[in-house]
Design a protein around this ligand. Structure first.
Ligand code: CDP
Length: 237
């Protein structure tokens, strides 16, 4: 996120991919795509392609990590080596550890963890193709994979980012916008209550711009929520 490029990311209210400032990329979701996971989902969000698989609740190993009053939701976010322009070195790095942690925390806030003491609920998020916004896409897919697994939840988690490109605040940045834009604000909410379960900011925004970005991301989350519910109602197993 340099914001220093001369690249014109928005011209007359039209973005590089033809979108308007408040327009999301096309999103498609399908649940129940993996036979060997308890719950799963495949999601395409613009050029992002994400697979999520859920295992559990099952006994937590190693045992010393067991919580005697609650289940532990563990998210492992992983980018495939072929998911980005330059081959990504396989295995965890600082970024994937951070994203795994924030996704675990966001999902823990909706899962009825008290129902499964000592258990682990493992969620694997595999980024097959990345084009910015993968934490939002991963969280969105993970949330419907958990629902597909039949894990009791208070609600889904829906996620979407907004940010600033040039002088404009826009929703759902794609890679060029993320790389050369001014700021990116990923958000995740619990739509039923409006609770915010993830809010990060990369770059600089004035208070007014931040408020606008938050509102755009929030609206984006609500649109994502509708698509999630539709995907879950279309499950075929
Ligand atoms: O993906 P997200 O926006 O949640 O996270 P980011 O750290 O802001 O990364 C933005 C984008 O940079 C990713 O979605 C990828 O398209 C790209 N990226 C990359 O090309 N190589 C990496 N090692 C990490 C990210």
């Amino acid at each position: 996120m340099s914001g220093k490029s001369d690249m014109k990311l928005i011209d007359g209210g039209v973005r590089l991919d033809g979108r308007k400032p408040d327009e999301l990329r096309e999103i498609r979701m399908k649940v129940g795509v993996l036979d060997n996971a308890q719950g799963s989902a495949y999601l395409e969000w613009g050029n992002n392609k994400v697979l999520a698989g859920v295992y559990g609740p099952r006994e937590m190993h190693p045992k010393r990590l067991q919580n005697p009053t609650e289940a532990t939701v563990r998210v492992t976010y992983n980018m495939a080596p072929f998911s980005v322009d330059d081959r990504k070195r396989p295995g965890p790095d600082r970024r994937s550890v951070e994203i795994s942690k924030i996704c675990s925390e966001a999902l823990t806030s909706v899962v009825q963890t008290h129902m499964y003491p000592n258990a682990a609920i493992d969620v694997f998020v595999e980024i097959l193709q990345a084009d910015a916004g993968t934490r939002c896409a991963g969280l969105t897919a993970a949330s419907i994979a958990l629902a597909d697994a039949g894990i009791p939840m208070k609600d889904l988690v829906a996620s979407c980012a907004a940010g600033k490109i040039g002088e404009e605040v826009v929703v759902d940045l794609m890679k060029e916008e993320d790389n050369y834009g001014e700021a990116d604000v990923p958000l995740a909410i619990v739509p039923r209550t409006g609770d915010v379960v993830l809010l990060q900011m990369d770059g600089k925004l004035s208070e007014e711009e931040f408020n606008k970005a938050f509102d755009l991301a929030y609206e984006g989350c609500m649109k994502v929520y509708e698509i999630q519910k539709k995907a879950l109602s279309e499950v075929q197993k």
